[in-house]
Design a protein around this ligand. Structure first.
Ligand code: UN1
Length: 511
């Protein structure tokens, strides 16, 4: 464990990142005239400054401006719209480290993980550029002579994005790069815990938009708490709400959007599991498990939370996991070699402690970790040792998603039992099996009820080229790769008659 940085070190890192991304650092001084939000770093717990927030009126005005921008943008040919994604991606490439600095300060990610997040943005921009020439519709044979039947895809209008603190900018970019190429405008309500990273990402997008001649106000940011998110969710001009966060948030947002017949794309909780079979390559499985479970301090939607390990190798494998956990260096992500940074805030720490207590009450044994570290030095920051907890079975606490580094271990005796345990949770985001047996791997892939199912890699760290999302309480949405672009567009079926006659479908006679 190394010493934590001074407030000044964090402020310097932040201001250098902000300035390089084109954000005026006076943004940290708030505005006497408006509502405000305070920014904080989980590394030290220090207040970073005060940021002027939107009111319901200014939020509504921004949505109106985005609607106006959409009216122009929709008529720009899609491959030309692709140039905006391309330029944004280039600027993100040039400012990868700058934006990563802000992410580190605000979300507490290590520089490598913060840079990885920006890389996801660059990747999806490139993907979106290619997609801009592939907004394909099908052509179907018509049942009538001299007719053509086809499908065309059209932009939705204004897309609203709600994002979480843990991937403060990447998840936004998955939505935004595709929505912009689709011809939509995008209004973004970032997490209250990561407003500065949002301003950094948005500043680069605004620069790209100006350079390629895109209309102004195409992608405004709404600053504020839940009340401001609520304004966006309720606004009928927002055709699609794409929301990433807790199941609780999804339960609130979903029905409100559904009531007004808006479209909704939800990416909510995960309670991801890995099955480790007797034939697994143990060293490979170990690395896969430890990164997925303890990386990002357990604060990814895709974090590995349940280890379902075969009873014949359980003791040996779990001992190795515990030994590996003891080597993880915990501390400020600004320090070289640190792999586990802070939890986002005290509520997250309290949630972790409550879950550990419940796990013990349900017969669990904490094999390592769980305790707080560096509290004397920084009482307002919350660092924890990632925990491994052996459970007698999949009890209630294991079925909950606790957004902190707790890995529950459960054993199994045959694959059917493992699959049953695997699927017996309310969430369905990511899953993995470590095995050398083809039949086991195929059976797992066909039975996992998650949106992501992996073989011989962990549950986290998905590439953008695949569709990202999951089933059950995870919400059912799909973002980023594959054909996720369709969520940001609406299909129209077109029938074109060049026959000079008017035959009716189904042979109906009239007039
Ligand atoms: C999230 O935690 O919301 O697959 C997204 C991963 C990352 C994205 C996680 N590419 O772990």
């Amino acid at each position: 464990m190394t010493a934590l940085p001074t407030d000044q070190t964090i402020t310097d890192l932040l201001t250098s990142g902000l300035s390089a991304c084109g954000v005026d650092t006076s943004v940290l001084e708030g505005s006497a005239a408006s509502a405000s939000l305070s920014a904080r770093s989980p590394i030290t717990g220090q207040n970073l400054g005060t940021i002027a927030a939107d009111t319901a009126q200014t939020a509504s005005d921004k949505i109106a401006a985005a609607q106006t921008a959409f009216e122009t943008w929709r008529d720009v040919p899609a491959p030309v719209r692709g140039q905006l994604a391309q330029r944004w991606g280039q600027l993100l490439g040039e400012h990868k480290e700058d934006l990563a600095k802000i992410i580190t300060v605000e979300a507490g990610k290590t520089p490598s993980e913060a840079a990885g997040e920006v890389q996801e943005m660059i990747d999806v921009c490139e993907f979106a550029l290619g997609q801009s020439r592939q907004l394909w519709g099908k052509t179907m044979p018509s049942e009538r002579p001299g007719h053509r039947l086809m499908e065309t895809w059209h932009p939705l209008g204004v897309v609203g994005v709600i994002s979480a603190f843990n991937f403060p900018v990447a998840v936004y970019s998955w939505n935004t790069a595709l929505a912009l190429v689709a011809g939509d405008a995008v209004v973004w309500k970032p997490s209250e815990n990561a407003v500065l990273a949002a301003l950094g990402a948005q500043s680069l997008l605004a620069r790209a938009a100006a350079e390629v001649g895109a209309p102004e106000n195409l992608a405004p940011v709404l600053i504020g708490g839940r009340d401001i998110g609520d304004v966006m969710v309720r606004d009928e001009r927002v055709a699609l709400v794409s929301a990433t966060g807790s199941v609780r948030m999804g339960r609130e947002v979903g029905p409100v959007v559904a009531e007004r017949f808006g479209k909704i794309l939800l990416e909510l909780g995960g309670n991801n599991a890995a099955i480790v079979a007797p034939s697994a390559d143990i060293d490979l499985a170990l690395r896969g498990v430890v990164f997925a479970a303890a990386g990002t301090a357990g604060q990814r939607c895709t974090t590995l939370r349940r280890l379902i390990v075969h009873e014949s190798i359980a003791d040996e494998f779990v001992d190795k996991v515990v030994a590996a956990y003891k080597t993880l260096s915990i501390g400020s992500p600004t320090e070289d070699g640190v792999l586990v940074g802070p939890l986002i805030n005290s509520a997250s720490y309290d949630g972790m402690q409550a879950a550990l207590k419940q796990a013990e009450a349900e017969g669990g044994e904490v094999l390592c970790g769980g305790g707080r570290v560096l509290a004397d030095e920084r009482p307002d920051a919350h660092y924890v040792e990632p925990a491994v907890v052996r459970m007698p079975s999949q009890t209630a606490v294991v079925k909950d998603e606790t957004f902190a580094p707790i890995l529950y271990v459960i054993t199994y005796s045959d694959l059917d039992e493992a699959l049953k345990i695997h699927n017996d949770v309310p969430q369905g985001l990511s899953s993995a099996i470590f095995t050398a047996e083809l039949a086991e791997s195929e059976k797992f892939l066909s039975r996992s009820d998650c949106g992501i199912a992996n073989v011989n890699i962990g549950t986290s760290g998905a590439e953008i080229g695949g569709a990202f999302g999951g089933e059950k309480e995870t919400g059912g949405g799909r973002e980023s790769g594959s054909d996720s672009w369709k969520a940001y567009m609406r299909p129209a079926t077109n029938t074109i008659n060049y026959s000079g006659e008017l035959p009716l479908a189904q042979g109906v006679e009239f007039l």
